[in-house]
Design a protein around this ligand. Structure first.
Ligand SMILES: Nc1ncnc2c1ncn2[C@@H]1O[C@H](COP(=O)(O)OP(=O)(O)O)[C@@H](O)[C@H]1O
Ligand SMILES: [Mg+2]
Length: 316
């Protein structure tokens, strides 16, 4: 058994509004939810509004064992919401409200004690778009020592996803997670003039002194690269119901396994399984436990390969 790691997430918490139901959502909040499901201590640093949605969010987080001591309540700004629609492959598109509470994170004197005890910190891009939350995030990150810093880039094409902002985030980053769309955008933004995906990732790794990069590829699994290795983990064949939040769970699995000292193969396998498992349930934060993941693994052995990366495939 490993000790329990303490991992904070700084970013958005909101309601994912589906046509018939609402689910706990927000990329960073989702990742923290999964940290708890994976038997570690996830702490959410976020903000809700002083409204019904805000109260319900705090209730829902607590029900799921997520500490809410650092979920602030804004007296004026409303709680965040996102309208979610799924396409025929169960891939979501999002319509996000702006000017909501999580964009206005304040500095809290209690952060100082928390910072000293953190093993990991997860953040994304959305929380940085408003200078208010961005300032709080940077102040927090700048005080961290010996904390693994994880950047789940989650680019959505919002105005404000500037090169400067992204480059600053990459300079803090120990582990970077991005999907294929985000990879294309990043390559363009940073003007990396190489053709091969793996060569571009190697440039990123060296330029920003990153420890591990994971390029997730939805149904086709993921690529994992560190200073010494490139490995490809082929996708698990499933019948997805809702792929919302697969990436958020995938990130949590990477962080936990990395802190546990797992090999890059183990990190890849476990995160790929967790990501796939999340797609067979509705919403980004379904009810499950560690045994359910084992059960899922035993029933899902078939793989889907991305032809370009088969040379890096891990041996099963
Ligand atoms: N349709 C799917 N089938 C199997 N696994 C999936 C599927 N969608 C996502 N996953 C798993 O979840 C991971 C993250 O999903 P992805 O869609 O790439 O990220 P994001 O949600 O950040 O866009 C993938 O690398 C894969 O392991
Ligand atoms: Mg994502």
């Amino acid at each position: 058994m490993h000790r329990k790691f303490k991992i904070a997430g700084v970013g958005e918490v909101l309601w994912d509004i589906y046509p018939d139901k609402k689910y706990l959502g927000g990329a960073v909040s989702n990742s923290i939810f999964h940290i708890n499901r994976l038997s570690h201590e996830g702490i959410l640093i976020s903000k809700v509004g002083k409204d019904k949605y805000g109260e319900e969010l705090i209730e829902e987080l607590e029900k799921n064992g997520v500490a809410t001591d650092f979920v602030q309540v804004d007296p004026v700004k409303p709680t965040g919401t996102v309208e979610v629609r799924l396409d025929e492959k169960a891939v979501p598109s999002f319509k996000c409200t702006s000017g909501t509470a999580y964009e206005y994170l304040d500095w809290d004197e209690k952060f100082s004690d928390l910072i000293a005890s953190l093993d990991g910190l997860i953040f994304g891009t959305l929380v940085q778009i408003n200078p208010h939350s961005r300032k709080t995030l940077y102040k927090l990150i700048e005080q961290l020592k010996n904390t693994l810093i994880v950047y789940d880039i989650n680019l959505r094409g919002w105005p404000g996803e500037s090169n400067e902002l992204i480059e600053k985030s990459l300079q803090f980053t120990d582990i970077l997670k991005l999907n294929f769309d985000e990879f294309d955008k990043l390559k363009e933004k940073l003007g990396i003039r190489k053709n091969e995906v793996t060569a571009i990732l190697q440039v990123l790794l060296r330029r920003y002194d990153i420890k591990l990069i994971s390029l997730s590829m939805g149904a086709q699994g993921g690529l994992f690269i560190d200073k010494n290795r490139i490995i490809y983990v082929p996708g698990i064949i499933v019948n997805p119901i809702d792929t919302t939040g697969a990436g958020d769970a995938f990130v949590s699995a990477i962080v936990v396994k990395y802190l546990e000292g797992a090999s890059i193969e183990e990190i890849g396998e476990f995160s790929n399984y967790l990501g796939a498992f999340i797609t067979i349930m509705r919403g980004a934060t379904p009810d499950y436990n560690l045994q359910d993941i084992d059960h899922f693994k035993a029933l899902h052995k078939k793989r889907r390969y991305h032809p370009e990366f088969s040379q890096y495939t891990i041996k099963e």
